[in-house]
Design a protein around this ligand. Sequence first.
Ligand code: GLA
Length: 681
Amino acid sequence: MFQSQPEWIILHGSDVTAVIECSKNEAPLWRYWGMRLPDGLTPGSILRESRPEPSFSPHFDQPLTIFPGGGVGWFGAPALLAHRAGADWSFQATRCEVEQNVGSALIKLHDDVAKIELVASLSIKGNVLTLSTSLTNRGDGVLDVAWLASGVLPLPADARTVRSYSGRHNSEFVAVTDSLTRSMWRRENRRGLTSHDCFPGAIVEADGATFGAQLGWSGNHAQQIEWIDDGRYQWQMGEAFAPGEVRLASNESISTAEMLATCGADANEVAQNFHAAVRARIDWPGGKMRPRPVHLNTWEGFYFDHDEAALVDLADAAAVVGIERFVLDDGWFAGRDDDRSSLGDWWADSRKYPNGLLPLASHVVGLGMEFGLWVEPEMVNPDSALYHSHPDWALSVDGRPLLASRNQLVLDMQRPDVQEYLFEKIAALLRDLPISYLKWDHNRDIIAAGNRPAYRAQVHGGYALMARLRAAFPDVEIEACAGGGGRIDAGVVQHSHRFWTSDNIDAVSRAAIQRGFLQFMPPEIMGAHIGASPAHASGRSQSMAFRGGVALPGHFGVELDVRKLNDADRAELEWWISTYKQHRDRLHHGQVWMGEGNDGLLWQAHGTPHDVLLLIYRLDPQTQRHAPSLKLPMLDATARYRLTDAPFGHDETDGAWLIQHGLALPPMKAETVQIIRLTKI
Ligand code: GLA
C-alpha cells in the first residue's frame, strides 16, 4: 500500500497548508505549516540540495524532519527517545515510504539499523491537521521508550509568544503567556489524568498568524517548543511516559494519542477551527446532537444529604421552571453520607431510597424530564464493600504508602475483573432504571500507578469502559468530570458529550475559565450552571442576571435548590431558561468570537457574521467617565444590521460603522451583562 516517495507532500485545508519535502531514504523534511498557499503550488528551492554547509558543522546537514531522531546529526530535541538495554539508542530512517491521499499522508520510516518501524500519520480536515505516530519494535530485545511525540510541527521564526493554561481545582484555564526565546519552552503534566493544572494545548502568536495545538489525551502529557538552528521553532507534543512504562517486546507496537493542530489569522479563527474538529469527534446518540437540555444538578443544592421526598419536590419545582434533565449527583449509593466512604458500591442506599432509585427516576421521567446519575467508576474508598472484598484491585506500588486523596484510591483499570465488575454494576443501573445520562467523575490525581507504571493503561481502561457501556446503551450520554475541569480534552470527547467545566460556579471566575475552555472546545459541551449566591466556591454574591448571562452560551443548567428561591428569583430563573431555549440553536451550531473592549470589557459573540448574539460582560467597575464604544470585528462590513435590545435605542446600523467605530454603550455596573442580537437586514 505504500508507494515510492513523491517529491512533495502538500496537504491543503480550506485555509491552511502543510508542505513536506521528500528526499531519498530519509525522513521527509518539514518545509511549511501555516496559512493557505495556492493550489498547484511549486515550492521554491529543494532544501536537501540547496542549504550551504555552515562552518564547523557536520558535512551531513540535518534539517527539521517530520520526525527528528537523535544521535545522527540532529542537534534539536528528538521526537523519539528509546533504547534496547542501552543499545540502539539513535534513530534515523534508512528507508521511507509514503502513502498519500487527498488531505492525508502516511509516512512509514524504517530504521534498519535500530530495527524500528515508525508510521507518522498526518491528515487535514477543514483547517485542522491531525497527527499521530505508531511505532513497532522490529528488533529482538525489548525496546524501552521514554518519549514518542504524537507529532512535530514547525513554527515560523517570527513566532513570539506562547499562551498555555495553568490552574488548580476551582480555577481551571488560567492563561499564562510566555515569550519564545532561545530557551526550551516546556509544559508537562504527570497527574495521571488531563489535570486542572496543565491543559494539553497552547496557542502561539506569530506575525500574521496564530497557531494552536492540543492533544486528544486524558493522561500524562508533555509539549515543548524549541528554537532550532535555522531560526524556526519545532513544537512537539505527546503523552508523557513514566520510566519503564512503555517497553515493547519484539514486534510489539504502540500508537499515540492524536495531536490536533491548526492556524488562523487570530486566536478566534484558531478556536473556530478547533470547534469544528472537536464537533466532528463527538459520537452523539442517533448520530446527531439534539438541542442541549437544561440541566438541574443536585450537587450544590443537596450535597450528600439525599432525602427522597425532598428530591421528588425538587423535581416538581424543576419541571415547573422548565428544566429538561434532572441529574442526581453524588450521595445516592450505599452508605455514601460524606466523601469518606462507599465509592465502588454502585447500588442505591436503602436507607435513603428504600425502594431503590426507580420511584424517583420514574417520577422525573413522568414529569417529562430526563434522568441522569453521577458515578465515579475508576475510584474506590477503603471504607467500602468493594475494597473489603478486593483490596488488591486498588493501584499501589509495593513498599510505598497508599496515598489517599479525597479519601479515595484508584482501581486498576487494566484488570479484566475490575472492568467486568464496573461494567456489570453500571449496566445494571442503566438496564433497571430510565437513565439517559451519566455524569462520570474522577476526583483525584493518580499517584501509585502500579509496580509497573500503568498511567497510560488507566486512560485506555477508562476509555474502554466508557466505550463498552456506550455500545451496550447507545442512547446514554456521558458527562466527563474530574473535580470540575480535570478531564477536559479532545480524547475523552470521543466517549462523552459534555464537560463539567469547573466546580467553581462563581460567574466572575467562570467568565475567565470559559474563555480558556472556548479557545479549544465548542460551547455546546461546556457545562455552565446558574449556581447559588453567594457562590459556594468563592463566597462572592452575584445577581441572577449576571449568573444567567455568564452561563447562557454553554450547555446551560441550574445547580441550586429551586424550591428555596423567592418568587422574583424564580421568575428570573424561568426567564433565563426560556432565553437559553430560544437561543441554543444559534449558540450551539455557530462560530464563537471572543475579545476585550476598552476599560475592562469582555465580549463574546456567537452565531454567524450575519446573525450574532453579542454578550458584553463588565467584571470590574468602569474607570472612565464615559463608557467606550465596542468594536465588533466579526461583522460583515458590507451589511446593514438590525439590533435587538441595543442601548440608546439603536435599531439599525451599518456593519462598517460597528466594525470601525464600534457600538456605543451606556455605563455598565460591575458584574453585569448586556445581551444584544445583531441580524443582517
Ligand atoms: C466533583 C464534581 C462535583 C460533584 C462532586 C461529587 O467535585 O466536580 O460536581 O459531582 O464531585 O462528589
